[in-house]
Write a protein of this length. Structure first.
Length: 607
């Protein structure tokens, strides 16, 4: 099993040297306490908790899984104690308002903590992680009474929360939601229906679980325009904040899953459960999606987490395991065979994992700055700024979620490949990483849904290509400063400039084709997303190479010279070996839709 070690050196490189988070935090109304010393203390404390408490439970939690008995869910051995330590450490309230017991720090600090937790033990991280959407919704749309009732125990972690959206007959298409909400004379509602795929929907870690539920009023319009949002606690909360009667929200079963087996994915049956409306009637979907961009960034972290953990497992094995001689000649003369790491193809796999983990981390850390500004705009009452940052983040999120989870899954599979047949054996832990990674491309919207959101909604419908033009303008601004440079950086800058122009041209071509053939949007979207991801990651690798080059030249980073050299070399690998994949996606997205649509439905057959 990989022995997780928090990648603090790389995290510090991005925070302090590439993205200047110190100045960023100083510009935020809630950033005064996020001093370099405070950030360092949080990084160190979270790393210790993840390495010493969560990581040791990852393999055992997968092997044991959750237990279900007549509606009661018990988490694997050690999870309850680990969660109590998590709560005692105040980790849940890191980035939540001080008036509800939180520490009021910028949102990005919670993301840094979540990355380490998710890498150490993604199944465990699901339990407190699912509370964030619940908390954000209550904080943004709840009444004063609702906030005072639910926010303090959610912020402390004493209670957890869920988002109950999906039903047996509908997944992404929430217009098909059937759960009913019957108004009562006392202002409450009776909620009845079944919700499926509810992560952390039932467990033994917290005293109460607060469900945020989509349901329909009796006179609601059909489709998405007729969906309202309700708070439905597992235990009804008394006026004094104590827990009252058990609400008729019953766990009918938990799913037997391919991965994240220590995370309970519940089927919840609501049988006239007491609910409280949040937000306006028939506008529940709008309220739910308010923080969807930040939720999708949280899922994108899983791509980085599994790439990092698989790399941490594969690298020591490649250095220790011996097989054959390197094609370029004997490397380990004292042994009968050379270590795997001397074989070029093994190095390709390791460098791919490293490039995905570190390139994806850079993409997410930049997006986290935008999320900080978006939340700050809400706090300062600046709706125009909020809309601007929300739109900017909206462009990033489908790329981050779709591309990084696909690449994280690839990296996890490569980790198994480095181990060969041993990678398929449970005790090594590599196959668990691949199984755990698989869900990341499915929840919060499949890759196909993210692709349609990017191309159909964000690029074509909402901005008519403006979001691409703005981002590629930033790419070109960087490239112009280094086009004439020699060495690796100049070569990367010229590639960044070429891809920026190409991305705009491709967007325009698809827009013109889609005006005549609407199926183009769907047929091209997945390749468009992957193309966008490869190009975007290339830009962030160029930024890292630039900073590493500057620090090496200045002589200020003598103690980190090897780290900076490795950054530049990994960036070179990315530009030479991974970025060219964008060309295949370019060719595929421009192919005619006829190859997809010409076959009659009846001809799709296995006979």
């Amino acid at each position: 099993m990989p022995q997780y070690k928090a990648p603090l050196r790389d995290m510090r490189f991005l925070l302090n040297e590439v993205f200047d988070y110190t100045s960023h935090y100083a510009s935020l109304s809630n950033g005064a306490d996020a001093t370099p010393d405070m950030v360092e203390a949080i990084l160190e404390g979270a790393a210790t908790f993840c390495e010493e408490v969560l990581a040791p439970l990852n393999l055992s939690g997968d092997q044991e899984g959750c237990h279900f008995d007549n509606g009661v869910v018990t988490t694997p051995k050690g999870f309850k104690e680990a969660y109590a330590e998590y709560v005692a450490g105040g980790w849940q309230g890191l980035s939540h308002p001080t008036e509800y017991g939180g520490q009021g720090l910028p949102m990005s600090l919670n993301l840094l903590k979540s990355e380490m937790m998710g890498t150490a033990n993604w199944s465990f991280t699901m339990y407190p992680g699912l509370s964030l959407g619940c908390m954000n919704t209550v904080f943004q749309f709840g009444s004063t009474e609702q906030k005072n009732t639910y926010m303090p125990p959610l912020v402390s972690g004493e209670w957890t929360g869920t988002m109950c959206l999906t039903e047996p007959q509908c997944g992404t298409d929430l217009g098909q939601v059937k759960t009913k909400a019957e108004p009562q004379a006392d202002g409450t509602y009776k909620i009845s229906g079944t919700k499926i795929f509810i992560s952390a929907g039932e467990h033994d870690l917290a005293a109460n679980i607060v469900h945020i539920v989509l349901a329909r009023l009796p006179d609601a319009p059909k489709g998405t325009r007729g969906i309202s949002l309700f708070i439905v606690p597992k235990f009804v909360v008394n006026k004094d904040g104590s827990l009252g009667a058990r609400n008729p929200v019953v766990c009918g079963s938990i799913e037997h899953k391919m991965g994240i087996r220590a995370s309970a994915t519940a089927v919840l049956n609501f049988d006239e459960a007491v609910g409280y409306m949040i937000a306006e009637p028939n506008k529940g979907l709008e309220a739910m999606f308010t923080f969807m961009n930040t939720a999708r960034i949280g899922t994108a972290v899983q791509g980085v987490a599994h790439a990092e953990l698989s790399y941490q497992g594969a690298l020591p094995y490649a250095k220790e395991r011996r097989s054959m001689r390197a094609l370029s000649g004997k490397k380990d003369a004292d042994h009968s065979a050379d270590a795997l790491i001397w074989h070029a193809d093994v190095r390709r796999m390791l460098l791919t994992q490293k490039a995905v983990a570190e390139g994806g981390r850079a993409m997410i850390y930049n997006a986290a700055k935008i999320a900080d500004r978006m939340v700050n705009a809400v706090a300062e009452g600046k709706p125009d700024d909020y809309e601007r940052y929300d739109n900017e983040l909206g462009f990033f999120t489908p790329i981050l979620k779709g591309f990084l989870t696909e690449m994280g899954l690839e990296a996890a599979n490569l980790g198994m490949q480095v181990f060969g047949g041993h990678g398929y054996i449970k005790e090594h832990g590599m196959e668990q990483i691949a199984r755990d990674a698989r869900i990341s491309t499915l929840y919060e919207g499949t890759t196909g849904i993210q692709a349609l959101d990017l191309l159909g909604r964000k690029v074509l419908l909402q901005t008519k290509g403006k979001c691409v033009r703005e981002f590629t303008g930033e790419m070109l601004g960087f490239a112009k400063s280094h086009l004439l440079d020699g060495g690796p950086l100049g070569k990367m800058a010229r590639s960044v400039a070429k891809r920026a122009i190409q991305w705009n041209v491709l967007t325009t071509r698809i827009m013109l084709r889609a005006a005549k053939d609407r199926d183009v949007v769907s047929s091209a979207s997945a390749d468009y997303l992957m193309y966008s991801g490869f190009v975007m990651m290339g830009y962030y690798w160029a930024l890292q190479a630039k900073k590493a080059t500057e620090l090496l030249a200045s002589g200020k980073g003598k103690e980190s010279a090897e780290f900076y050299k490795a950054k530049i070399q990994t960036a070179e690998f990315y530009f030479e070996r991974m970025l060219p994949r964008a060309d295949g996606h370019k060719q595929s997205m421009l192919a005619p839709t006829s190859a997809l649509m010409q076959m009659d439905n009846e001809h799709f057959s296995f006979n």
